[in-house]
Design a protein around this ligand. Structure first.
Ligand SMILES: Cc1ncc(C[n+]2csc(CCOP(=O)(O)OP(=O)(O)O)c2C)c(N)n1
Ligand SMILES: [Mg+2]
Length: 322
């Protein structure tokens, strides 16, 4: 893989991580009043998939969408302002962290109803085909979404019409506090479900950004050239609590040793070591990236905090209204 691509992937993951750590740091001030589902630990999936997309491609997501929004090029200031409920937010302050949207970069939206955005992504892919466009639609969802009926309806229709959609399942093994073992039959892999619908399907290491990138590259190229849908399942791990800025391993629903094992496999540290040892990056490069990102975040936070709250009359207005 080209050095430039590796650097870009590293920067993208680092950016997502630093922004989310900043959110976690500021959250206890209680000025952000929306729930936040952080993707710290899962950055490689967002970065590796979105690095293959063009500006015109579409992305939809779920409740854990910050990384997807940022990796697709969503505006950081509008995202931070949204968290603070400000009118300058990407959903005009009415949606919060679970309703990110940036139509200008093809991030069509995220909603927290599990599975709900999967048919929308399939619909946008259908629309692209009907209009003769070569756009690809990507839908990110978690390991709980395949438990919703609409997941199967969507996969069926996507395959029937050979639509340009890439299904990306981030399997972090838990739905809130429930492990896969109490929700899905033992021994059945999620990506096998997609094969049941006749969809080409792969399982990959979601903490290896290069593997994510390469699997997504193939899937996106195939979709763009009329080859139809692909399903990608990436195994990864959420480090912090399901919702909120803290750690919650003390609750006992998952083993500390399991968490430590995944933490040791940090997608960002792993790539950093590789890039430093191969000379693609030096410590000064990383230092410069961190300073740039610090400055960018500082600007976004000032913007968010200083922006006004929405006026009352906006309550009943459609957020996409011009
Ligand atoms: C239809 C529906 N059922 C239940 C919920 C409550 N809920 C919110 S997030 C979540 C967990 C989803 O787990 P997963 O899809 O694995 O995503 P993760 O949180 O692990 O990233 C649940 C059950 C919901 N939002 N929508
Ligand atoms: Mg999950």
């Amino acid at each position: 893989m080209k050095a430039e691509t590796l650097k870009r992937l590293y920067y993208q993951m680092l950016r997502i991580r630093m922004i989310e750590e900043k959110i976690a740091e500021l959250y206890p001030e209680q000025e952000m009043r929306c729930p936040v589902h952080l993707c710290i630990g899962q950055e490689a999936v967002a970065a590796g998939v979105c690095a293959n997309l063009s500006h015109d491609d579409y992305v939809l997501s779920n409740h854990r969408s910050h990384g997807h929004y940022l990796a697709k090029g969503g505006d950081l200031k509008a995202m931070m302002a949204e968290f603070y409920g400000k009118v300058t937010g990407c959903s005009k302050g009415k949606g919060g962290s679970m309703h990110l949207v940036d139509l200008s970069v093809g991030f069509l939206g995220a909603t927290p109803i599990v599975g709900s955005t999967i048919p929308i992504a399939v619909g946008t892919a259908f629309g692209s085909v009907m209009r003769g466009e070569t756009r690809v639609s990507v839908i990110f969802f978690g390991d709980a979404a395949p438990e919703e009926g609409v997941f199967h309806e969507s996969l069926n229709f996507a395959m029937l019409k050979r639509l340009p959609v890439v299904f990306v399942c981030e399997n972090n093994f838990y739905s809130v506090y429930s492990p896969l073992s109490v929700r899905q039959p033992e021994g059945r892999e999620i990506f096998e479900l997609a094969k049941g619908h006749g969809i080409e399907s792969y399982q990959g290491d979601g903490n290896d950004v290069v593997e994510v990138y390469q699997l997504a590259e193939r899937a996106v190229r195939k979709a763009r050239h009329g080859g139809g849908p692909t399903f990608l399942e990436f195994k990864t791990y959420r480090w912090r609590e399901h919702c909120g800025p803290y750690y919650d391993n003390d609750l006992g629903y998952r083993a500390e040793s399991e968490f430590q094992e995944w933490r040791r496999r940090c997608p960002i540290e792993t790539l950093k070591e590789r890039l430093l040892s191969s000379g693609v990056l030096c410590n000064q490069d990383i230092h410069d990236m961190v300073s740039d990102l610090d400055a960018e975040m500082e600007d976004a936070i000032v913007f968010a905090k200083e922006s006004p709250l929405p006026e009352e009359q906006l309550l009943l207005e459609h957020i996409y209204a011009p």
